[in-house]
Ligand binder design. Sequence first.
Ligand code: ZN
Length: 138
Amino acid sequence: MALSIIEDARLETIEEYRLCFSLADAPGCGWCFLCDAAGNVDEAALHPDGLDNLRMCRAGQGRSGGAIVCDGVVCEQRTIRIPVLARCHCGARLELASSWLNTCDACGRDYDGSGTALAPRHHWGEETGEHWAELVAL
Ligand SMILES: [Zn+2]
């Protein structure tokens, strides 16, 4: 018996912005800081060393005296996969993130990636002589 699906798997595109700087005499070498679309860096979220680097970049001069140029805001799009959200027979919500084994946190039932209930683990490996714990560790 298959599970009822609460939400189908879907792809979601997320955008991340980075404010980038590079050394004028070494293009490709530089620093990037997570920021918003307008280039505002959340300075409170930076590590103190990162904040030092940001201030150095904004000042336009590296520690060895070389000029630093601002390359502007770079937008990177990443596509992430949101797994199927299903309802376990016990009523709990369960993500089918793995293609072959998904375990309900609430009741411990196992399902494959399509939401079909798997045999209890103590039956696993009966045909091959393996112990179920070896299969789970794969
Ligand atoms: Zn369950």
